[in-house]
Design a protein around this ligand. Structure first.
Ligand SMILES: Cc1cc2nc3c(=O)[nH]c(=O)nc-3n(C[C@H](O)[C@H](O)[C@H](O)COP(=O)(O)OP(=O)(O)OC[C@H]3O[C@@H](n4cnc5c(N)ncnc54)[C@H](O)[C@@H]3O)c2cc1C
Length: 105
């Protein structure tokens, strides 16, 4: 994917929807303080196939990756932590890790 101006445009409709969602969930929370802030936009870091990198690097086996979780890093942190624990401990994995290998490209 290439970075274009449209990736970096502030979508006012989405911004308004986010603010509205905060008000809906927390009606007693006063969000008027955001009105003076300058909104900004950024790109989410993703791997080329959208899957995380979990496992040892072939060139440096004592270097282990656990990153690239895109939009789901918080949700996936328990299983990532378990996998990393098993890898570091040398436990046998009951999961084919090739699709998550940091060496797959
Ligand atoms: C606004 C927002 C809301 C979110 N809400 C949720 C949610 O509700 N639930 C959920 O599950 N997830 C959510 N996420 C996603 C979650 O935060 C990420 O999936 C998680 O932080 C990814 O963790 P990571 O360690 O895989 O990658 P990152 O946190 O992106 O860490 C990658 C690190 O690698 C570094 N890096 C990148 N390239 C290089 C390089 N070439 N050399 C050296 N270092 C490099 C970066 O600087 C960064 O420190 C949200 C994210 C955002 C932005």
């Amino acid at each position: 994917m290439t970075v274009t101006d449209s990736n970096r445009k502030i979508n006012q409709k989405k911004l308004n929807a986010m603010l509205k969602a905060v008000q809906n969930y927390y009606p007693e929370y006063d969000i008027s303080w955001v009105s003076g802030l300058e909104p900004w936009v950024g790109l989410r870091p993703l791997s080329a196939d959208g899957l995380p990198y979990i496992g040892a690097f072939s060139q440096y086996p004592n270097l282990i990756a656990a990153t690239g979780h895109a939009m789901l890093g918080i949700s996936l942190s328990p299983i990532t932590g378990k996998l990393i624990c098993d890898i570091v401990s040398g436990n046998e994995l009951d999961f084919d890790m090739r699709m998550l290998s940091p060496n797959r490209f």
